[in-house]
Design a protein around this ligand. Structure first.
Ligand code: ADP
Ligand code: MG
Length: 445
């Protein structure tokens, strides 16, 4: 299958070739022909499968005929975030370079004046986030009655961000006789309802999910209390044959703090998160690729679009909130025939998130049988005054030799001491994971 088989114009094919794409992705191959035939369409495919070009390409050919009018965009693409909106705009620029199409972006954080000016001159494509669009619409600065093609992109993210009511309002302002395309990584019931209401007789396309097909990744979930995550991570980093690892966290503050903590424990760790500018992220990535650091702590947004693949391990320090992020994250390991390992930490508060992940990937992820050799309550952060820190291996040794029944009280956080005195049940400290081996052995034997 080549792009030329899909019915796109020659001008467009040239632009696609110039962009370096040789073959359509499965969602592109299936979606482009019906979109060109002006059908409504629902396209379900994982993040990173090329959904953008599957609507941008046919749209360029559809919009090639027709005339622009002031204040009345001819087509509308809704995106949940301004980053995604900007990416779609870049796609239009790249593939539309042989066409005379005008585009406007309507997103937060950009001067409204320029956006309104572009609209007044007439645009073929308006790319907008729902909030900004509603804002402008309510001020009478825009008319949606000439809009004959609507794309609702990343619909499940729209849902997560609370945009569904806005989208319903927007849909009702558009002409009834229009073409509507909806793209999403997943199809929760609310999105299904939205599609039933605003799409007419749509073609439904669903592309197989990579997580269910890539058998090169051994996946595990690890039940762990939030307070123990760092310790369990260190344990796995030391014992699971880790050569290179990416550790994903849901928040950038977690990324920062985790990287710091790992370094304090003697690991060669780096970090990538949204508070760093792109040059800084790339520099950090280079350090990782060069092997200066072998553990990279990352947030989803920062890691997206960066070429970090082929690592031996992926750790989900937090279960991702968006199940498609799970697929995206673990896809960074198990490349090129090598087997990768993916560990997902599941704290009690991650119950719903892991449920969604398992629904998406279509099966239960096996529990990892965690065998902690150091005490579960090992000292997480040692007092700052102890400046000379033993190397990690040394420390483990020492921890092993100091049996848990004889805690070095002066080093323990107060809370743990109190717990110990009150504890007839050793494991009853909020630890919800498997009972570590050492608890089965009497320290006095
Ligand atoms: P999605 O919206 O499904 O998450 P995107 O449209 O953002 O995915 O595309 C993901 C990545 O794949 C982008 O970097 C894009 O440039 C690339 N891509 C898209 N189509 C192709 C193709 N036919 N061949 C190679 N790369 C592609
Ligand atoms: Mg997309």
């Amino acid at each position: 299958m080549s792009f030329a088989d899909l019915g796109l114009s020659d001008e467009l094919l040239q632009a696609v070739e110039a962009a370096g794409y040789t073959e359509p992705t499965p969602i592109q191959a299936q979606a482009i022909p019906p979109v060109l035939m002006m059908k409504d369409l629902i396209g379900i495919a994982q993040t990173g499968t090329g959904k953008t070009a599957s609507f941008v390409l046919p749209m360029i050919d559809i919009l090639a005929h027709g005339r622009r009018r002031a204040l009345m965009p001819r087509s509308l693409i809704l995106e949940p975030t301004r980053e995604l909106a900007a990416q779609v705009a870049e796609n239009f620029e790249k593939y539309g370079k042989n066409h005379d199409l005008k585009m406007a972006l309507l997103i937060g954080g950009v001067q409204m004046g320029d956006q309104v000016k572009a609209l007044q001159e007439g645009v073929d494509v308006l790319i907008a986030t729902p909030g900004r669009l509603m804002d402008l619409f309510e001020r009478g600065k825009i008319l949606l009655t000439g809009c004959e093609l609507l794309v609702i992109d990343e619909a499940d993210r729209m849902l997560d961000m609370g945009f569904i009511p806005d989208i319903e309002t927007i849909c009702s302002k558009l002409p009834v006789n229009r073409q509507t395309l909806l793209f999403s990584a997943t199809m929760p019931p609310v999105i299904k309802k939205l599609a039933d209401r605003f799409l007419s007789n749509p073609k439904y396309i669903e592309v197989a999910r990579p997580a269910t097909t890539n058998t090169n990744i051994v996946q595990h979930k690890v039940a762990v209390n939030a307070r123990k995550k760092r310790e369990v991570l260190r344990h796995l980093l030391r014992t699971d044959n880790v050569s290179t690892a990416i550790v994903f966290c849901n928040r950038k503050t977690t990324v920062r703090e985790l990287a710091k903590s790992l370094k304090r424990h003697g690991f060669a760790a780096g970090e990538i998160h949204g508070d760093m500018d792109q040059p800084a992220r790339l520099a950090e990535l280079e350090r990782f690729k060069a092997g200066d650091v072998n553990i990279l702590c990352a947030s989803d947004v920062a890691a997206r679009g960066l070429d970090v693949k082929g690592v031996s391990h992926v750790f989900n320090f937090d279960t991702p909130w968006h199940p498609d992020d799970y697929v995206h994250r673990i896809g960074r390991t198990g490349r090129g025939g090598a087997t990768g390992r993916a560990f997902t930490f599941v704290a009690p508060e991650d119950a719903e998130a892991i449920d969604n992940v398992e629904k998406l990937t279509g099966g239960k992820i096996p529990e990892f049988d965690l065998k902690l050799e150091e005490p579960v309550e090992a000292r997480e952060e040692r007092p700052k005054t102890k400046s000379k820190r033993p190397a990690p291996e040394k420390r483990e040794e020492r921890v092993e030799r100091a049996p848990r029944r004889e805690p070095r009280a002066e080093e323990e956080p107060r809370r743990e001491r109190r717990q110990r005195r009150a504890e007839p049940e050793p494991a009853d400290d909020g630890w919800n994971g498997p009972v570590p081996d050492f608890l089965n052995v009497s320290a006095f034997a």
